[in-house]
Design a protein around this ligand. Structure first.
Ligand SMILES: Nc1ncnc2c1ncn2[C@@H]1O[C@H](COP(=O)(O)OP(=O)(O)OP(=O)(O)O)[C@@H](O)[C@H]1O
Length: 610
């Protein structure tokens, strides 16, 4: 537990910091207004009208009672004025109810629209960021906090609007009370000071707790997923992991529960204590008003008006301060959200970057490239020198962890080399506009995404603007051998894939790979990169897929990563990596003559097939 206490302390947000986060509120409201201006202004207008109704109704109540008292003692009763007053109060009560319902409805609608728009913004922003940011755990915490608080932000919107509404109610009630008896203000102040003290005391603590637990909450989410998802179900069952995962989840959750329970208990305890003081002040005011009424200074109507106003003022003011703390706490989440949206990413503007060549002339060149992943001291690759010539098919070979995928990530500018540089036609690749440069490539990674969408979408993801171009989809499917997968599926191109949704059909590993390769063919890319895309295909399908690939991409530059030497040998040249360095590079024949690692591994695999 001391670790938790410490992290809570470290994350303790003081009142000043919560206060500072309020500066994000104007931006927040600008975003909400943009989502639906008409609804937004209707909401604000409704609230303003609703805010002045309480004081008018209390005043009418006073007039009604005074009129009743008058009529009791009158000889000739004239109830006309009384009925007019009652009818007016009745009308206002109906109006107030309608307004409140309208406000709740528009809050909900605005909230829904706003959370859709923030989710879209978060998705778009995530895609703008570079891989180094995406793979950073601190970034994930920020993303998590930005994403998680969607519903909180909706609550924040109505809280702020209600706060504005209550300020008007408070001012109008204050005017009423001061006009009658300015002394009551002193008692009012006394009655709400305890609430203010309580709120200052606890401000920011729940946020601090939630914030200090961001990492653990991610872990909890992961454990929930690992313990209860179709992807992990097979192994969880087979290895009997369910209890272990459930215990681990429970252990961590209980710690969080205990922390929040302690906080909630403290808050409730102090809250009741301070509230008692406030109630005592209210009753002192009540006694004071009763004395004045008995003494004949106030009428019975005045008594109801004043005690009603005082009571309302007290609860509104209390609500105001409690809500203020809630607002400052939620505004801290707002800070996370806007900080996430404002994260900058490195992309050179097109004005100060070189235009990309229409057609690659010379090719790519790695010069003394070395790389360490961010926050790591280990050289993953070093002293890398090689050329990827225009139109060439180059294969990367090497043991697991040798650095093959890392070289691809560097080539794609997902990361900047730590030392050395990579050139395209003699110019450093980071001199080109990054997003245009990345459009140059068609890539299938070994952990390509199996989108749980339709088969059509899965193929079209390679060039999504062409999703309706049936001819292009057919041709991509034909080239990648995915055609037979499609004809086997009952809904063809419109078949939802994966098990998550209704009618979804899952595919075998090899079938998924064929779909992924079709995705690469969809894009008419200058450079194609296939990072072990055929590992799940059977030997015949793999050879066929590669032979096709070589024919179909005639004249295009390509990099192929594979652990199967029967595939690798088809490439123009082969580069062998060992422990992050280039061990040898050349044609199949040259490398066989070298009699180094390539020849050894080739012979080993060939022997295995005999
Ligand atoms: N995002 C990352 N952060 C830190 N280290 C990483 C990251 N990705 C990979 N590494 C490390 O870099 C080294 C090289 O990994 P890489 O994926 O390039 O190997 P590979 O040759 O493609 O391996 P495989 O054949 O298993 O796919 C490994 O030691 C790995 O642990």
């Amino acid at each position: 537990m001391p670790r938790l206490k410490k992290s809570l302390e470290a994350n303790k947000i003081d009142f000043r910091e919560s206060f500072a986060s309020l500066k994000f509120i104007p931006r927040f409201f600008k975003e909400i207004r943009k989502v639906n201006p008409t609804l937004f202004y209707a909401n604000v207008t409704g609230r303003i009208i609703n805010a002045i109704l309480p004081v008018i109704m209390l005043w009418l109540g006073k007039l009604i009672i005074d009129e009743v008292v008058l009529q009791i003692s009158a000889e000739a009763k004239d109830l006309d004025r009384l009925w007019v007053l009652v009818a007016m109060e009745f009308g206002l009560a109906i109006l107030s109810d309608l307004l409140s319902r309208g406000i709740s409805l528009s809050d909900a609608l605005l909230g829904d629209q706003y959370s859709i728009s923030t989710s879209v913004k978060i998705i778009k922003k995530t895609s703008e960021l570079n891989l180094a940011q995406l793979e950073d755990s601190e970034f994930y915490d920020k993303l998590e906090r930005a994403r998680q608080q969607t519903t909180g932000r909706v609550g924040l919107m109505s809280n702020i609007l209600t706060q504005g509404e209550d300020i008007i109610v408070i001012i109008s009630l204050l005017i009423g009370v001061v006009a009658f008896e300015p002394w009551l203000i002193i008692l009012l102040v006394v009655s709400i000071i305890p609430t203010i003290i309580n709120e200052i005391k606890f401000s920011g603590t729940s946020y601090s707790l939630a914030r200090s637990w961001t990492q653990e909450r991610r872990e909890l989410d992961y454990l929930r997923y690992a313990g209860a998802s179709d992807v992990t179900a097979k192994e969880v069952k087979l290895f009997g992991l369910s209890e272990y995962l459930a215990d681990r989840f429970k252990g961590l959750s209980d710690k969080y529960y205990l922390q929040s329970k302690k906080l909630a208990k403290q808050r409730a305890g102090w809250g009741s204590f301070f509230n008692m003081i406030g109630t005592a002040a209210y009753y002192s005011a009540y006694v004071f008003i009763i004395f004045r009424t008995v003494a004949g200074v106030f009428s019975l109507g005045d008594l109801t008006f004043l005690s009603g106003s005082f009571n309302r003022l007290r609860s509104k003011l209390q609500g105001f301060f409690t809500r203020f703390t809630q607002i400052t706490e939620s505004a801290l989440y707002l800070q996370d959200y806007f900080e996430f949206l404002d994260l900058s990413f490195i992309d050179r503007k097109s004005e100060d970057s070189f235009p990309l060549p229409e057609k690659i002339q010379k090719g790519f060149e790695f010069i003394d490239v070395g790389f360490k992943y961010p926050k790591s001291d280990k050289w993953v690759v070093r002293n890398i020198n090689f050329e990827l010539r225009a139109g060439e098919k180059l294969a990367f070979v090497g043991e697991n962890g040798a650095g093959k995928t890392t070289l691809i990530k560097l080539l794609l500018q997902f990361y900047e080399p730590t030392e050395g540089e990579i050139l395209l036609d003699g110019i450093a690749i980071n001199k080109y506009n990054q997003s245009e440069y990345q459009q140059y490539f068609g890539v299938i990674f070994q952990d390509f995404v199996k989108f749980e969408l339709t088969l059509r979408e899965n193929i079209a993801m390679g060039e999504i603007s062409e999703i309706e171009n049936q001819e292009r989809l057919d041709s991509a499917a034909e080239k990648s051998l995915a055609r037979e997968v499609i004809t086997d599926l009952p809904l063809g191109y419109n078949q939802p894939l994966g098990k998550r949704f209704k009618n979804g059909k899952d595919l075998s590993g090899g079938q998924w790979q064929k779909i992924a390769i079709a995705r690469a063919y969809m894009k008419d890319a200058e450079v194609l990169i296939l990072d072990e895309p055929t590992s799940a295909l059977d030997a015949r399908a793999e050879t066929e897929a590669f032979q096709r690939f070589i024919q179909l991409t005639e004249g295009k530059t390509a990099v192929i990563i594979s652990h199967r030497f029967s595939t690798v040998r088809i490439a123009d040249r082969i580069m062998v990596l060992k422990d992050g360095s280039v061990l040898e590079i050349g044609t199949h024949r040259e490398l066989m003559e070298n009699e180094l690692l390539y020849a050894e591994l080739f012979n080993l695999q060939a022997a295995g097939y005999q």
